[in-house]
Design a protein around this ligand. Structure first.
Ligand code: TYM
Length: 332
């Protein structure tokens, strides 16, 4: 089975629809066909300040949501990044192979640090993509299922993997991004020129999967649509409507052309009302399953400990090989 690895940040509460459609939905599908490793990346989360108690809770909540979305610990390896120390260890080596210039070109860093201001930006945020390189390379992942916003980080991973292989002899698998075109970028409901995102979207622009159905329905009904009245798929001229059609199609499996036929002659309001139903119907069992996993934190922690053991069994020999190749003296 080909190997996949991906990760998601546990930051603050509920995943949003972009996380699910851009990434997590593919994770669930790939566990059937691939040897899949999925991580709640708490080391990445502390690149911006976190309250310790909240971080612990949101790490559990993230794991519960992944299980609620359909990950099955019998079919994949689900683990918390900080429980596998090899990630931080390999990241240091990768920091020493990544150019300052190439790290400086990462657009996510440039965006986030510009929003925060130089004084409150940490060095950790700067080397965040290097930790991601370590996450991927430790598992010899062939594919990395993510949304479009992660493509540049996967490109960097490929460059650094090739550099290591060139310098120290073939060691790492050079990974490919696995990005589904249709759902690679879900847009903000209030501003369809930007992606739906925890840090940049207004609360009204973002559908949180754990929100009350009423709240999500209202946000969808008040989504910004475009001038004109016709419902058609046209990301250039009708980004708002096109985004709603994308979401509708992804959650129902009905193709976009079919949806356009179905809504022919109807107004935007009809699309929004029906999409609100589609989203809230999808979210109800997701919420119920997530809350069930959350209700038994001891069992959740046990599942994650098993996942961390499985992950370490793969990661530890890879780190040992790297330590040997770069010339570290083994402990006697
Ligand atoms: P994160 O936690 O920001 O997002 C998790 C996943 O959700 C995708 N995503 C979206 N997809 C489509 N439309 C959107 N609006 C949208 N918003 C978010 C992201 O592309 C991502 O796949 N650096 C990563 C986490 C990470 C990782 C890794 C990923 C750490 N190590 C190793 C892959 C492999 C991140 O911050 O994702």
């Amino acid at each position: 089975r080909p190997r996949v690895l991906s990760g998601i940040q546990p930051t603050a509460g509920s995943f949003h629809l972009g996380n699910y459609l851009g990434a997590v939905r593919q994770w669930v599908a790939l566990q059937e066909t691939h040897d899949a490793f999925y991580s709640v990346v708490d080391l990445h989360a502390i690149t911006v300040p976190q309250d310790p108690r909240e971080l612990r809770e949101s790490t559990r909540l993230a794991a519960a949501q992944l299980l609620g979305a359909g990950l099955d610990p019998e079919r994949c390896t689900l683990f918390v990044q900080s429980q596998v120390p090899e990630h931080a260890q390999l990241a240091w080596v990768m920091n020493c192979l990544t150019g300052f210039g190439e790290a400086s070109r990462m657009t996510q860093f440039k965006d986030k640090s510009a929003r925060q201001g130089a004084e409150s930006t940490t060095v950790g945020l700067f080397t965040y993509p290097v930790l991601q390189i370590a996450d991927i390379l430790l598992y010899h992942a062939q594919q990395v299922p993510v949304g479009e916003d992660q493509r540049q980080h996967i490109e960097l991973t490929r460059d650094v993997a090739e550099r290591f292989n060139g310098r120290f002899g073939t060691t790492f698998t050079v990974p490919q991004p696995y990005i589904l075109k249709d759902t690679a970028k879900i847009y903000d409901l209030q501003d369809p020129s930007i992606k739906m995102s925890k840090s940049a979207s207004s609360p009204k622009g973002i559908i949180n999967l754990l929100d009350e159905p009423k709240v999500s329905a209202k946000k969808i009904r008040s989504a910004v649509t475009d001038t004109g009245t016709e419902i058609r798929y046209d990301p250039q001229d009708k980004p708002g409507v096109s985004n709603l059609l994308t979401i509708y199609s992804a959650l129902t499996g009905i193709g976009v052309p079919e949806l356009v036929d179905k809504f022919a002659g109807q107004l935007y309001g009809a699309l929004k009302t029906q999409l609100a139903e589609v989203v809230t119907e999808w979210a109800a069992p997701f919420r119920a399953r997530t809350l069930e996993y959350l209700a038994d934190p001891a069992e959740l922690d046990r599942l994650l400990a098993v996942g961390a053991d499985k992950a370490r069994a793969v990661a530890a020999p890879v780190l040992a090989e790297v330590y040997d190749k770069v010339g570290f003296l083994p402990a006697a």
